[in-house]
Design a protein around this ligand. Structure first.
Ligand code: MTE
Ligand code: MO
Length: 390
């Protein structure tokens, strides 16, 4: 097993950035920089690294390459070296048989399971919120779709044997706060929410995970926001109460209101921990503001949801007045990006507002009015793209 050894020449990486991108909101200028095991990505913050995938990469294929996959960490104390041969995952707390498993144990003692699933940060697209909200100012590239391989979380828990008193499973990685006052990054899932799709993954797109994406093992929680996808997974603890640490009780909460939306002046409403992905779709082969050629144009994009699966994607070339069904691409499972394409005739000199709208197999769809909540979560408005023909 390889020893991932990385030196984060973070200052140097940022200083060396030759180019910048301008994301489509105020104060959106960002450097591009290549971190270890990564190609040039959009740098939101260098430390801890918040790196966004340039959106055009989603047009290249249904899977997001490991070196292009976005990166998000909360704490500055990220190990720069992890030994995959000696790393241990401890399963403890309210279990009958506490375990300590190496990555090799996960590979040899448990069924090898593969799933293609979207990993999307809760704050993806936060920079597009209006009015603006605090937090990482992402455009739409804080997401990626990969083939994950690993052992089922439920199989590992079965080996340890949950006590009847257990209510939640709490996860922790190797990263550490640098200050005593900073709470460690821990997340919990309720036992009733666990399912057979959730993996402790040791491969991403058939290769070891990049260190920045959680080498040597991470939790994969298909259909759920990435905040639960614990990287460098080191501890799995069965607990007898609902976890009340900062990252569950205070952070990453959404309004428990219809549509999980509120107005900026609302207060006193109940909240719940963020959970499953909303349905979204995007055009991937052009950007808003672009000039396109006249004639028949093929528009390509992606859609995804929390795992019900995409029933259809509608495409509009008149700002949503008229819709037609797009052609769906290959089905890689309900948790994957689903590619789609449609055609329209672009007249020279004209302008168009293109739009796409996905609907899941259980009828959930995208709305014309964006949700708003103070965390900047759950954006799934129908995206529009203004193009001119010349
Ligand atoms: N150990 C650890 N795991 C973590 C985090 C973290 O800060 N530490 N951040 C979570 C959040 S909020 C996100 S969005 C995803 C990002 O996954 P990625 O960096 O592989 O894209 O990791 C999750 N897992
Ligand atoms: Mo996140």
């Amino acid at each position: 097993m390889t020893l991932a050894r990385l030196d984060f020449l973070i200052g140097a990486a940022s200083a060396a950035a030759a180019t910048t991108v301008d994301l489509p909101f105020a104060n959106g200028v960002r450097p591009l920089a290549a971190y270890p095991q990564k190609r040039d990505l959009i740098v939101l913050t260098p430390r801890p690294p918040l790196l966004e995938t340039p959106f055009r990469i989603f047009n290249d294929g249904v899977l997001t390459p490991n070196d292009a996959f976005y990166v998000r960490w909360h704490l500055a104390g990220i190990p720069t070296t992890v030994d995959g041969a000696t790393h241990q995952i401890k399963i403890h707390g309210s279990v009958k048989r506490p375990l300590s498993l190496s990555v090799e144990d996960l590979r040899t003692q448990f069924e090898r399971v593969e799933i293609i699933a979207v990993n999307q940060c809760s704050g993806n697209s936060r920079g597009l919120f209006s009015p603006r909200v605090p937090g990482g100012q992402w455009d739409n590239g804080a997401m990626g779709n990969a083939r994950w391989t690993g052992a089922r979380l439920l199989d590992v828990l079965a080996k340890a044997g949950l006590e009847d008193s257990a209510v939640q499973i709490r996860f922790r990685g190797l990263d550490q706060p640098l200050l005593d006052a900073t709470p460690p990054f821990v997340k919990a899932l309720s036992i009733g929410d666990l399912d057979e799709n959730m993996l402790i993954a040791y491969e991403m797109n058939g290769k070891p995970l990049p260190l920045l994406n959680g080498y040597p093992v991470r939790l994969v929680v298909p259909g759920w926001y990435a905040t639960y996808w614990m990287k460098m997974l080191a501890q799995i603890e069965a607990i007898d109460t609902v976890d009340d640490n900062f990252w569950m009780k205070t952070a990453y909460r959404i309004p428990d209101t219809p549509g999980n939306t509120v107005t900026p002046t609302d207060s006193g409403y109940p909240t719940i921990p963020i959970n499953k992905l909303t349905v979204r779709s995007f055009i991937t082969n052009l950007t808003s503001g672009q000039t396109i050629a006249p004639g028949t144009q093929t528009i390509r994009g992606i859609a995804f949801d929390s795992g019900k699966g995409i029933r259809h994607v509608d495409f509009s070339s008149d700002g949503g007045a008229n819709w037609r069904k797009a052609t769906l691409g290959e089905d890689h499972g309900n948790f994957s990006f689903r590619r789609w394409e449609s055609r329209f005739t672009a007249e020279r000199g004209a302008s168009y507002v293109l739009a796409c709208r996905a609907t899941t197999k259980d009828g959930e769809t995208q709305t014309a009015i964006p949700v708003w909540n103070p965390g900047g979560y759950l954006r799934n408005v129908i995206e529009t793209y203004e193009v001119r023909v010349a």
